[in-house]
Design a binder for this molecule. Structure first.
Ligand code: ADP
Ligand code: MG
Length: 397
């Protein structure tokens, strides 16, 4: 068996938990005959870390409480020589020892808060292990719709006009917020600042609807965004693969919703193919738009990926006014559903090749980080250096 342990990390405390399980299982299936020993790291909805071979099978996730009873808890630990292992915290049998896997690289397959927002990436940085996708900064920027917009505005990337506010502002200044929103003009789109999969997103065409939409969105997030609606709307997505220094764009896709605003149901629960994840949603690939518009969007996707300092594979979603063809950046998904493989296989890159490239980039990013000076041999806490710092007991000045 290969000693290169590839940790597939997924699940997590996120409304997109199940979607993440699907993306991970798809990646696992594509890597079955690879050079790696695949080790699952499944984070449950309650935030516990589990591993064990049964977690490589989709079947296991049909009963999540049974899963928690049978799977083995695990954690990252450092060994004597400073290498990071994924270590089981208990063993599978009476006579076996808990297994421990030195980490070669981590494939991050989370979607939404917790795993896509930089928090898990921070844990990987802390344990100094290579991981696929964007770093902490790009991941968290991508997850925060308000900050993402500010970055775009500062870099001439077109976005819709909007305003943002917190729950405490709404409690004290509701009328002012409504007035400002009405200057943008109905219809308006209300959305939580840092969720995904259309959860809490609603369209409002009147003051009453606006108030309802805001109150509904506050169930998910304390920070909201109200933006002008693009109408008539055409959504076009494009995936970008590589690093902020060197990357390329996939073909474009046009997702089709049953209503104009794509809902969670449209995206993941429509039709028989729900277990196929994002690949099953209705879409036109390549998008049936002009070659000029295609190129404009692909170039904008690359420029935005670079601006965010993203890495690995991302999917950039654009809102297009179907009449004027004005393009607005909507969001960057730094871990796109199904890793956007269905956009890359149109460019003759198989799912396995895509994951292989993500791992290569992860190793390259890790080597670059580790090639820099990160700490100094001098101990700044030795007696001589500490002398002169006031307020420290036991050191004579
Ligand atoms: N400004 C807008 N105008 C029109 N429709 C929008 C606008 N913003 C979002 N939508 C619709 O709502 C959906 C979800 O919004 P989005 O910002 O992508 O949130 P999420 O991160 O939850 O996917 C989009 O796919 C689109 O259909
Ligand atoms: Mg979206």
């Amino acid at each position: 068996m290969s000693t290169k342990n590839l940790i597939i990390a997924f699940g997590g405390v996120s409304p997109e938990h199940e979607v993440s399980v699907l993306s991970a299982i798809q990646a696992i299936s594509s890597m079955e005959n690879s050079q790696y020993n695949l080790v699952p790291l499944y984070i449950s909805k309650s935030g516990k870390w589990f591993t064990g071979n049964q977690l490589l099978e989709l079947e296991t996730y049909k009963d999540l409480s049974l899963l928690e009873e049978n799977a083995l808890q695990c954690a990252f630990v450092k060994d004597d020589i400073g290498r990071t292992h994924l270590k089981q915290q208990n063993s599978s049998g009476l006579f076996s020892k808990p297994k421990s896997y030195p980490v070669y690289a981590v494939v991050c397959a989370f979607h939404g808060s917790g795993g896509e927002n930089g928090a898990f990436q921070g844990i990987c940085d802390f344990f100094n292990v290579p991981y696929t996708g964007s770093d902490v900064l790009a991941s968290s920027l991508g997850m925060d719709k308000v900050k993402a917009k500010q970055v775009c505005v500062a870099n001439d990337i077109p976005v819709t006009d909007s305003l943002d506010f917190y729950e405490s502002n709404w409690e004290t200044d509701q009328e002012t917020i409504i007035k400002e929103a009405e200057i943008l003009g109905y219809p308006l789109i209300v959305k939580p600042c840092s969720l995904g999969s259309s959860i809490g997103v609603a369209k409002a065409t009147s003051k009453d609807e606006l108030i309802n939409a805001v109150e509904m969105a506050f169930r998910y997030d304390a920070h909201l965004l109200i933006e002008e609606a693009v109408h008539p709307l055409m959504e076009i997505n494009c995936s970008v693969l590589g690093t902020a220094q060197e990357c390329r764009a996939s073909v474009c896709e046009k997702p089709l919703g049953t209503t104009e605003t794509l809902s969670f149901k449209d995206k993941y629960q429509s039709g028989e193919g729900a277990d196929k994840g994002m690949a099953s949603a209705d879409r036109v690939i390549p998008a049936d738009i002009s070659s000029e518009l295609t190129e404009e969007i692909r170039e904008l996707a690359i420029r935005t990926f670079k601006t965010f300092g993203a890495s690995g594979v991302a999917r950039l979603d654009f809102l297009v006014n179907a009449e004027t063809e004005q393009v607005y950046f909507n969001e960057i998904n730094t871990i796109p559903g199904s890793f956007s493989f269905y956009l890359w296989d149109k460019s003759d890159i198989s799912f396995k090749q895509l994951i292989d490239e993500l791992i290569e980039i992860a190793i390259q990013n890790h080597q670059q980080k580790n090639g820099r000076v990160q700490s100094y041999e001098t101990n700044l806490l030795n007696e001589k250096a500490v002398k002169g710092i006031k307020g420290l007991k036991g050191i004579k000045n």
